[in-house]
Design a protein around this ligand. Sequence first.
Ligand code: FE
Ligand code: CA
Length: 507
Amino acid sequence: MKRRTLLLAAPALALAGALPARAAGGRQPFTLGVASGEPAPNGVVLWTRLAPDPLRGGGMPDEPVPVDWVIAEDERLRRPVRSGRVMALPEEAHSIHLELDGLQPDRWYFYRFTTMGEASPVGRTRTAPAPGTTSRSLNIAVASCQQYEQGFFAAHRHIADSSPDLVAFLGDYIYEASWGRNLVRSHGGPTARTLEDYRNRYALYRADADLQAAHAACPWLVTWDDHEVSNDYGGEIGERERGEPFLARRAAAYQAFWEHMPLPRSAKPQGPNARIFRRAAFGDLAEFHVLDDRQYRDPHACQLAGRGGAARVTEAECGALMDPARSLLGAEQEAWLTEGLRRGRGRWTLILQQTRMARLGGGQGAPVYWTDGWDGYQPARRRLLETLAERRPEQGTPLVLGGDIHAFLAAELRPDFDRPETPSVAVEFVATSVTSQSNARYAAQYPRDPHIAFGDASRRGWLALRLTPEAALAEMRALADVTDASTPAETLRRFAVEAGQPRLRPG
Ligand code: FE
Ligand code: CA
């Protein structure tokens, strides 16, 4: 109902006085491509942003601009199914978040925007199957962490070529700051702090042709991690700022994130707050719980004197690590997730989140834990895994998907990692980074934890996950050389999980 109201309201606004505008320098406005997201059985969110001068604020006049859209059954748009007009608003950086409904379930569609005498590229998207139907397969590309300066987005070109049904992007879509070795290109600007900075950063990334190709290939489900704002932030605390100054920066960063993602209007920030945790389903084959583990978390345990962010600590030197009152998701989201998991249904339960969930730090000697991820919130992790342990098999086999660590990882998750003889309650796959460089220190630890079957921090790429009613097949797709824009990809490892049995098997 809301969606229809929005669509109907747009032409009225146009009649109320907004005139077609001229772009700066007469350049075409669709420099950032098109995108879609949030596939539902009868709809999808279509996205674009008008930005004839993308790296300098966009280049649009400070006024609303009408944009026409069409969605069709065929790539040449000869069989349109719906069309209309929406307004691109200056206070939203002239981005469009068109919440379409009235589509058929389990279908592919093609869409295009036009404005100011120019047409966008044609994007391809799809709807989810209807509830109660179990499709034969679902192909998901899982990606995260794409520092622009450290490599080319070849992974996205390969993702587009592989024609997945869905891309799950798990955070660090942009990096606010420059860092790393052997850079292949430049941000061309300072560390992002203001709304203008963040908009220009997203526009730089989004001007990349390979990234545009992956967005135009299928719908995405996105969440964020820390670098959409700043390194290792948690709640209201950044590494070097906290309270009001940090919240002002967070508000700017969240606004720019929303403006550049195919997200619904319900995810639009109100000041420094934005609700992006949500659920989606692909018929009865898969249910997705998309989490936000940045915005609501308790402060990192045992922060270093005079700064925020994460640290490396042992249990003996940091009592807060094992404090059950601390939460990574925050009380509201944690209750929402628990409730959703308890009434879950379908073959596969996918938990889409930012960071590694498997414990790291076992082996000889006292474990040293990195406090930024779930290792810094161990009782909260145990609560989540115990919830999964209590479910019946027909409520879905849990798969946890993660990013952040710039490494491939495959692990079995148990409420008590010190008891490897107890049943695994979920399988975790972490996709390596699209480009971002890795930390070899963690890679050396992977073989020491018995629940971690495989870890590799040396390669960039993505994870190709194929779900069927019987099994999940995960392929770790690795690039030969991320500093070569035309680099090929190969499969590094394959793992399989049988439905009803959350254990890792060779694929
Ligand atoms: Fe990252
Ligand atoms: Ca991160």
